[in-house]
Design a binder for this molecule. Structure first.
Ligand code: PAF
Length: 286
């Protein structure tokens, strides 16, 4: 496995692959790899000739006071996991390499970023889009792999690629969950034992909402209230948002008439966890 710390090194490896007629896949990550990331890497390996993984804790997507400084960093374990999976290129640049001076150019996607994480983490998606655009320019992948746990990020990046004509296919990969249902996240490492036990309420509340939709409940307020009540039973949980949105522009709906996303963000201590499910009213039980 090649490890590139500079943009030039990464470009040389991927350019050589392209010249040789090989397809290039990119899995962008911030490291602290877990089974969710590994599933993206495996999918990339199965679909592309060269698999590149970027490992960069991107400062521009963290607001002051968020967890940039203490975001888990585990380079040696991540490198070993990538090597074991047969990754060809690990791109692990420094902040100075990615942002050598003041950044005067940003990528902003409108509308899809109005609600959910776009509303409660202002500037977050500008940081994500800008770094993903830079990674796409550096690696020039044919395909890039993103997890559905970050459903809004996936929609925003997909739109950026379409609007700015990036020659890259975005591949969406399903959420990977622990046995009890908790969605895997690098931030789960922040949870103490009691918080980890409580955090299972997120996927359970979403499942409860899915069952209600299947039974005919389509009123967003009622569904959100059910989820809120279930989560509020956990004393450690502090709700950031619970929202039901349509899946194109991520705008809130009052009645579920087509497949919609139920998305939430909840703090347990200082760990802010997100999760979501898609509900489809046409899957109602007769
Ligand atoms: O999902 C993430 O880990 C990050 O937002 C990403 C896409 C790697 C950009 O920094």
């Amino acid at each position: 496995m090649d490890i590139a710390e500079t943009i030039d090194q990464a470009r040389q490896t991927t350019a050589a692959a392209r010249r040789a007629g090989r397809t290039v896949g990119l899995v962008p990550t911030m490291g602290a790899l877990h089974e969710g990331h590994l599933s993206l890497i495996r999918r990339c390996r199965s679909e592309c000739d060269l698999t590149a993984v970027s490992l960069f804790v991107n400062p521009t997507q963290f607001a002051p006071g968020e967890d940039f400084d203490r975001y888990p960093r585990s380079f040696a374990a991540d490198r070993d996991a990538c090597a074991a999976l047969g990754v060809d290129l690990l791109f692990a640049p420094s902040a100075g390499q990615m942002y050598p001076g003041d950044l005067l150019t940003w990528v902003h996607v409108n509308r899809i970023t109005d609600h959910l994480c776009g509303a409660t983490r202002p500037g977050f998606f500008d940081g994500v889009c800008t770094v993903v655009a830079k990674l796409f320019h550096i690696i020039q992948p044919d395909r890039a792999y993103f997890g559905e746990k970050d459903a809004q990020q996936l929609a925003v990046v997909t739109r950026m690629v379409a609007d700015l004509d990036f020659p890259v296919e975005i591949r969406a990969c399903p959420i990977v969950r622990d046995a009890d249902g908790l969605a895997l996240s690098s931030r789960n490492r922040y949870l103490d034992l009691a918080q980890r036990r409580s955090a299972v309420c997120l996927s359970r509340a979403l499942e409860q909402a899915r069952r209600l939709v299947a039974a005919g409940q389509t009123e967003a307020t009622a569904l959100i209230e059910t989820i809120r009540t279930a989560i509020a039973r956990e004393p450690q949980a502090r709700i950031d948002y619970i929202s039901i949105v349509e899946k194109e522009f991520f705008q809130p709906v009052t009645v579920i008439e087509a497949p919609c996303l139920i998305a939430l963000a909840v703090y347990f201590g200082t760990a802010r966890l997100i999760d979501n499910i898609t509900v489809d009213p046409s899957n109602q039980r007769p």
